[in-house]
Design a protein around this ligand. Sequence first.
Ligand SMILES: C[S@@+](CC[C@H](N)C(=O)[O-])C[C@H]1O[C@@H](n2cnc3c(N)ncnc32)[C@H](O)[C@@H]1O
Length: 383
Amino acid sequence: MPEFPYARLRRFPDVEAPNLQAWDATDELLVAAALADAGERRIDGSAIAVIGDGYGALTLPLIAAGFTGVRVHQDLVTGRRALARNAEEVGLAGFAPHELDAGLLDGVRLVLLQLAKGLAELEEISDAIARWAAPEVVLLAGGRVKHMTLAQNEVLGRCFERVQPQRAERKSRLIVASVPLAVRADPPFPVSSTHAEFGLTLCAHGGAFAGDRVDIGTRVLLGVMRERAAELTALAGRDGFTAVDLGCGTGALAASLALAAPAARIIATDRSAAAVRSARATMEANGVADRVTVTLDDAGSEIPDGSVDLVLLNPPFHLGASVHEGAGRRLIDAAARMLRPGGEVWTVFNSHLDHRRALAAAVGETEQLTRTPKFTVTRSVWR
Ligand SMILES: C[S@@+](CC[C@H](N)C(=O)[O-])C[C@H]1O[C@@H](n2cnc3c(N)ncnc32)[C@H](O)[C@@H]1O
């Protein structure tokens, strides 16, 4: 079989940079192990599921090897768009996108998984496989050795009787899990917590940022929003006022604004499906679901230019496992694009990042509203 042309895969529309690649050795190990297992156990494409494929480096080599009907779940809409684009680029079709649900896993006998960074995400995925896949399912989970921990084996061990870590190869390692255990009747996610100090309940699926806790940066921005409630109410009084929680995670900022400004039209948007499901549950839990629209989108790409009065922004500073300023810059540029004249962005970020300069360049005049040893909150006004 000819080598799969991995080098033709791109991350686009995700951030691209010389030190960021669209595939890694784990993808190649997972595919090789999956082809061997599928051949041995005579599994066809329709009984294979792929979870956590970054940009297509798991799914497309399987299709290229003749396995059609493979089911795929990717949390990030950027990954979904990249997979679709890469499939077209290399001329392959025949996979079926799914959410993390029974439709993804029903009758599945082989699962390939790029291990998630967070244990809660792994817990939700392991539970889903044990709950919905065929009893003879084999899970091939892989990661870069430097990001793997024994706690991952423990999480897998709660859902599978056999968990067998393999020898590391090219700085990656596979774990083979099989014999799914009985799961409890109700799925373990979403979890939820009430935060009395903010008058908020947060709901979280496994992959959502900070789980059902209030992240420390979010906490600082929520504090500023509370102190400056009068300014927010004045802004919200503008004709046709629209606010966006850009990169909403579990939706803490959107829910808080909706509670403080009952007439506001609010869009909460994130590129992660787990975040979107969590934010929807958060809006329900706080009784504001009728006023906050939650969307799965990349950097609010579906929000028209010049249509927004207020953007609340707690930008990411990670891209996958690597720290990269490009992640936050992308959302700053997006905020600038969607603002109306006189519109504002309220941003919280790690004080060591140079976001203030980026905000001033992309949006306009930027003032500091508060600064703690770790976090800075700024207000930028669209020029
Ligand atoms: C630091 S968290 C903030 C979450 C929430 N706003 C809060 O304050 O708790 C950043 C969020 O941005 C999301 N994100 C990162 N890149 C994005 C993109 N290109 N488009 C939309 N959301 C993105 C992440 O999925 C994550 O939920």
